[in-house]
Structures are given as C-alpha cells and as structure tokens.
Design a protein around this ligand. Structure first.
Ligand code: GAP
Length: 438
C-alpha cells in the first residue's frame, strides 16, 4: 500500500476541510466521517452529475427518495436478516474482532502479537449480521426493533407498484435513488472506503424476464459506468472489471461485476453491477401479499420483471476522485478534479488587496459570478500563494483583477492545469467559464 500517498490525502482532506473524523472532539466514532465545507461541495457535485445523467437526461428513468427506516419485514423479505453476514473471528488473547476473509488484517494482528512473544488463538468463524438495529417508539419497553437500511435498494423495490401506478413508465425502465445506508462493518478502514454510515447512488433497472435480453442490459450498464467515471476524469488505466464467480456473489445476485479502482491500498471495489433477477420483487410479493407484477399494456402479459442494479458509493466515489486527481508537480500540489466536480469553479482575486479600486471591481465580479457558480474569494498574501492554495483544492480557474482591468474591463483567467492565462472581457466571463466547465 502506498501509505505515503494515503497519508497525504487524509492530511489534505482535514487541513482544507474536505473530510474530518466523525465526532472528533469526543474521540471519534469508528467508521463514521463528517464532510467539511469543501467535501460537501464535492459530494453534492458527484450526486448532481449522477442524478442529471440518470434522471434528468433519460426518458426511461425516474427517481425516488424512500425512508431510511422501514418496516422490519422488508429486511426479512430481502434476505438481509438471514444472509447479510460477514464471517467474524475473534482473537482469544485480546478479543479484537476481524473479518475471517480479510487475511492481511489477520496476518498483521498475528505479527503484532508475535513481536510481543504472544501467539494468537482464533475463535471459529461465526456469521455476523451487518444490519444496524435501532428502536422506534416513545414508550420504554414498547419500542419496536427496526433496522437502519443496509442498502438503499429495498426502498425502491417496495415502491415499484407506486411508481407504476403514478407515472407512465414502461419496461425497460429504471428507478434511481441516492441516500444513506448503514452497516455494522467488522473492520471499517482505509479512510472512508469502508465506513459504517455511507451514501449510495443506485439504479434498479427493470427489464423483461428474458434470457435473450438480460445480459445485453447487464453489459450495457457495465460499459455505461466505466465510461461515466472516465468522462469525469478517472484515469482509464486505474479502472477494471472484476467478475464475481459463483459462491462469491451476494445472496440475491444471478450475476455480478464490480468496477475496481487501483487505489493506494490495492485494487478495490468502486461500484457493483448486479443481475438481481426477480429476487426482490418476488420476495416482497410473497411477504407482503401484494401483487408486484407488471402488465404489458400492448400484449396484456403479466410478469415479474428482472432487475439489473447499478450500485455505487458516493463516499467511495469522492475518495477515488480525490486520489486520482492528486498530483505533485514542480513543487505544487494540485487536485486535477474535473471542473464539474471541483468544489469551487473559480476564485477571484484583486491583484493588491490594499488598492480600493481593484478590490471594488474584483468584489463586483465575485458577487456577480456567485449567482451562477461556486466562487472563492482570496485577497491574502501574494498571487503565487493564492494560486497554490486554489490548486490544492482543485479550483480550475483563478481570475485576477489588475490595473489593466480598470482601463479596459478585462481580467486574467488562469487555468489550473496548464497555468496559462487568458485575458477575458468581464462581460464574457460567465460564457467563458460555462464552456470551460462543461
Ligand atoms: N444494493 C447493492 C449493494 O448495496 P454492495 O456491493 O454491498 O451492493 C454497493 O454495495 C456499493 O456501496 C459498493 O460498491 C460501495 O461503493 C458502497 N459501499 C458498500 N459498503 C460500503 C461501506 N461500508 N463503506 C462505504 N461504501 C460502501
């Protein structure tokens, strides 16, 4: 693992306000993270791009936002109460717990004990359920035990009928959702990569239950997502597909492929494309007693559709976008984030803060651009220091108001990646930036 790079990313995230440890002033809470002023912008930009491409731009997709707390029967029907488990082993010496399939963690624990002349003894692997329990109700003792959702998926499936009845969707169509999920991960780690609270962006894409068609859609979504991440700036050579063999797949999956990222801690799951067949709808039909069949309006045929799911983590996406964008070049640290994802699109500086005419014009530009973009203001120190500060957080353009600006109403626009400067008329700035950002 390239610990050096990870340490730098973690330090940058904290120093510049991307990501902090959860509940830090109380000593933290394992596996939880808080996003700071820049982190929330990055995450929102990822979600906005995703939603635009999934819902706004497509005629075959609608969105929902289901409740996090659901009737516990949902999780019996989905199979999570029974099968959403990881194998857990415990070191009998110190009672630390690990995932039995995380061999590296186990080896390093054994090594640490061996260095102190101790030998680890392990319990037999036991199934550990990852669902996080909560209690709902106002009367002590009469509260009902529920689960915080372990995946956002089920909120979509239980609304399948509602969406059919309230919209004009026709198969094939998808339902998109973004929201929080919770898992009692045995060993959260690698910064935000494996957390206990995280956000997912998912599409459940319903298709005819037809073996001639299903892999066509499965492959369509695989290629779609590979292109999506590359178009948003992830280097192609850092992504690869990893097919799940039988036995490795989740309890619901007929076929499954991950997109993996070449991270500093090795090739790691970025997102998954899962052929869930009719598992979820059939189970909910059985457990709820409600029909969740689709009726083809032309042929009159009724059937339970199959579902090709795309499931991505927002936090993992944010982490991998940050890692992939991080470079050190000629003594500069730069986050070469795609302009669509960068927290600030542009920064505005007066060349000299103590010249009122420069500061006034710069402020006017800043106030005007703010109506359309996230804009940073900086009038501290010298211009070189301000560029460096914006490079480090990925701001793609910096505008400087100088003495020439007062004469001809132009400014310099400096490009983060090339460091080249254009002289642009103030009235043209919005168009200039819009074109560049897209
Ligand atoms: N609905 C299917 C599902 O939840 P999954 O492979 O368990 O499938 C999908 O999760 C994605 O959610 C993962 O590829 C990852 O991006 C994200 N994810 C899963 N567990 C996570 C965790 N503990 N921390 C952060 N992200 C996680």
């Amino acid at each position: 693992m390239n610990e050096d790079l990870m340490d730098k990313i973690v330090a940058l995230c904290k120093r510049r306000g991307f990501i902090y440890s959860g509940s830090e002033i109380y000593g933290g809470l394992g596996g939880t993270w808080d996003y700071g002023p820049l982190g929330v912008e990055l995450k929102n930009n990822i979600k906005r791009e995703w939603w635009k491409d999934m819902v706004q731009m497509r005629d075959d997709m609608v969105g929902v936002d289901a409740a996090i707390m659901m009737n516990p029967k949902v999780w019996e029907a989905s199979g999570h109460v029974e099968a959403f488990t990881d194998p857990l082993v415990e070191c009998k010496l110190c009672h630390e717990r690990f995932r039995a399939d995380h061999i590296e963690d186990i080896k390093s624990h054994e090594h640490a004990h061996a260095e102190k002349d101790k030998k680890c003894e392990w319990t037999e692997p036991q199934k550990f359920n990852l669902l996080v329990k909560a209690y709902l109700g106002v009367v002590e003792g009469k509260q009902s035990e529920i689960y915080l959702r372990g995946e956002i998926t089920q909120g979509v499936h239980v609304n399948f009928k509602n969406v059919l009845d309230s919209t004009r969707v026709k198969i094939p169509f998808g339902i998109a959702q973004i929201g929080k999920a919770f898992r009692n991960e045995i060993t959260p780690g690698n910064f935000t990569f494996r957390s206990r609270e995280f956000e997912q962006m998912e599409v459940q894409y319903y298709i005819t239950p037809d073996e001639k068609d299903d892999m066509k859609w499965f492959n369509y979504w695989k290629d779609f997502w590979m292109d999506w991440y590359v178009n948003l700036g992830i280097k192609k050579e850092n992504l690869r597909f990893k097919e799940h063999e039988e036995g490795q797949r989740a309890h619901y999956a007929k076929a499954a492929t991950d997109i993996e990222y070449n991270s500093p801690f090795g090739w790691s799951e970025f997102m998954g494309i899962h052929h869930r067949g009719d598992w979820d709808l059939s189970r909910h039909e059985n457990y709820s007693g409600q029909s969740l069949k689709y009726k083809d309006s032309e042929s009159g045929e009724e059937y339970t559709p199959w579902d090709i799911e795309s499931s991505a983590g927002v936090d993992r996406s944010a982490l991998f976008f940050l890692i992939d964008a991080y470079i050190e070049e000629d003594g500069r640290t730069i986050l070469k984030l795609h302009p669509k994802l960068a927290p600030y699109k542009v920064a505005v500086f007066p060349l000299l803060a103590n010249k009122p005419d420069l500061a006034k014009l710069a402020r006017e530009i800043y106030e005007d651009l703010k109506k359309d973009f996230m804009v940073a203001w900086d009038d501290r120190g010298n211009i070189g220091g301000r560029y460096a500060s914006q490079d480090e957080i990925g701001t793609p353009f910096c505008i400087t108001v100088d003495f020439q600006s007062l004469k001809d109403n132009t400014v310099t626009v400096r490009d983060r990646d090339t460091t080249k400067q254009d002289r642009v008329k103030i009235v043209d700035l919005k168009d200039y930036l819009s074109v560049k950002i897209k």
